[in-house]
Design a protein around this ligand. Structure first.
Ligand SMILES: [Zn+2]
Length: 513
């Protein structure tokens, strides 16, 4: 996530204030509530096909040909069949999520845990009757944590699988609030970050439930598959994770079928004001979208999106999906990353304007390039964005320098680096470790350290190892951990194995808390 002064200040204030509103806590009552009183009965099962959970070949449509072999290695990944419908007033999203979950750990799992992010964003979630393998499930709630534990009768043994079915209705807030305003209906645009019950990640003996962190990103997810059916107003143009493979109009609504995967989550944005342009880049269609009237900025975002995609594909591995979107949306941050979608604050699409004295055109370059970098460091190579935010954010800041160097030249890259210095200067260049969990930073420290000091550490590594060796090592790290998850220790080992050197002192100086 990219946050820059002065929007940063606003975002940090809000982030610091994003404790869950008391009235919105999920409780047994809301969990067991079937439908809101006004909702029509609905049945999405007709839109869900009964195809074999094991058949992943259909997801080839979302991958470039050279990436398709990964499907053979992902047979145990979570598999979501998600159907949802936006009501005409855009006040609620109602849907059904069916998840095939395979226990990939060596532990017997007593429960499977789902996170309910709309509560964090100022919305609510009502859940219908939850089923496990078509039988009513026992649930367990935790106080003040917006999650639902779906109990496994007798435990889920390693290697065993189950199918969990959860009907849900999530309200769509009109007030921009929790977690940078990434969820709601604003400026005639609906943005749906984490709107459905989303699996928590289980590893090393625990479920990771970090969705109330007050700084930065709040999700940590594993690669999954999504077969999505979306029923939305016919005049709405949508930007989503994955690939639209069919569209059917039905009066004033339309139904779109998407396939996405392997991806870490599914994101949806829609507006009747959206206009798009696109360009084929290798095996990928790059699509640039924002509201009508900002066509110059949409064109510029396409150019920067293409350039940065080509730079990172050249340095690391080719962008693996058949589609990539850059979209301007309302938000209180300057950008946010999703699998296959780079979102950018629509305020930057006013190319004649400026933000804190910096022309929006300049901001748009660095924000697009930063969010595009997350397609490699966040999505393709996953990491714990809460426990080790530097692993995607500091590296992504460094990637933007690579983009400037390769696209605009050395002078522009040096000029861009002033933004690192400006951030770090806000804490008087304090040598606070970049490797702390996001929630352990003061709000005033998080961005200066992770986004300001952090990329200087990557440069220090580059200096220590030598430019060419470091470039090889970073590519090697991406190739080794693509589609997986890496942590700081693995990053360090990965670097050391290429440079044949000991980097402990350098990590102690910069990273280790
Ligand atoms: Zn970022």
């Amino acid at each position: 996530m990219k946050k820059q002064y002065p929007l940063l200040i606003l975002a940090l204030i809000l982030a610091a204030c994003q404790a869950l509103p008391v009235g919105n806590q999920p409780n047994q009552e809301t969990i067991q509530e079937q439908q809101s009183d006004t909702a029509e009965p609905f049945d999405f099962t007709a839109t869900l096909d009964a195809s074999d959970w094991e058949d992943l070949r259909k997801f080839e449509v979302n991958l470039i040909p050279s990436a398709a072999p990964i499907l053979d290695e992902m047979k145990s990944a979570p598999y979501y069949k998600l159907s949802f419908e936006l009501d005409k007033e855009l006040k609620n999203v109602r849907g059904l999520v069916e998840v095939r979950y395979v226990n990939q750990s060596s532990d017997v799992l007593d429960s499977i845990v789902f996170q309910l992010f709309p509560f964090v964003y100022g919305g609510t979630v009502d859940l219908g009757d939850i089923l496990v393998n078509q039988e009513p499930a026992k649930l367990s709630m935790e106080e003040n944590v917006p999650v639902v534990n779906v109990m496994m009768d007798g435990g889920l043994a390693p290697g065993d699988s189950c199918v969990i079915t959860i009907p849900f209705t999530s309200s769509i807030p009109r007030e921009m609030g929790g977690n940078y305003g990434l969820y709601g209906y604003f400026d005639e645009t609906v943005v749906l970050d984490g709107f459905y019950p989303l699996l928590a990640l289980y590893d090393e003996g625990e479920w990771h439930l970090n969705i109330t962190s007050h700084n930065g990103d709040i999700k940590y997810e594993e690669m999954s598959f999504y077969d999505v059916t979306a029923k939305i107003p016919a005049d709405m143009n949508a930007v989503t994770t994955g690939q639209a493979i069919s569209e059917q109009n039905d009066g004033d609504m339309k139904t779109i079928h998407y396939l996405a995967g392997p991806v870490r989550e599914y994101y949806f944005a829609g507006s009747e004001k959206f206009v798009s342009i696109e360009e084929q880049v290798g095996d990928t269609v790059l699509i640039s979208t924002s509201v009508e009237g900002t066509e110059d900025a949409i064109q510029h975002a396409l150019e920067i999106g293409k350039a940065s995609m080509e730079v990172y594909s050249e340095h690391f591995v080719t962008y693996p999906y058949a589609e990539l979107d850059v979209v301007g949306t309302p938000m209180m941050a300057l950008g946010m990353e999703y699998p296959g979608v780079s979102t950018v604050a629509n305020s930057l699409y006013d190319l004649n304007g400026a933000t804190n004295g910096t022309p929006n055109r300049v901001y748009l370059d660095s924000v697009v390039a930063h969010e595009m970098g997350h397609q490699w460091f966040f999505n393709l190579v996953g990491s714990d964005q809460i426990e080790e935010p530097w692993l995607d954010e500091s590296i992504t800041q460094y990637l933007v320098r690579l983009f400037y160097e390769d696209y605009y030249g050395q002078a522009a890259a040096e000029s861009y680096k002033d933004s690192w210095d400006g951030r770090w200067a806000r804490v008087d260049y304090a040598d606070i470790p970049i490797g702390k969990p996001s929630y352990e930073y003061e709000s005033s420290e998080y961005s200066p350290i992770v986004y300001g000091r952090g990329p200087y550490f990557i440069e220090a590594l580059e200096d220590k190892m030598g430019d060419d060796v470091f470039a090889d090592a970073l590519r090697d790290y991406v190739e080794t951990y693509q589609w997986k998850i890496a942590d700081s220790d693995e990053f360090k080992s990965s670097m050391e194995s290429v440079c044949d050197c000991d980097l402990t002192t350098l990590f102690d100086e910069w990273v280790t808390p």
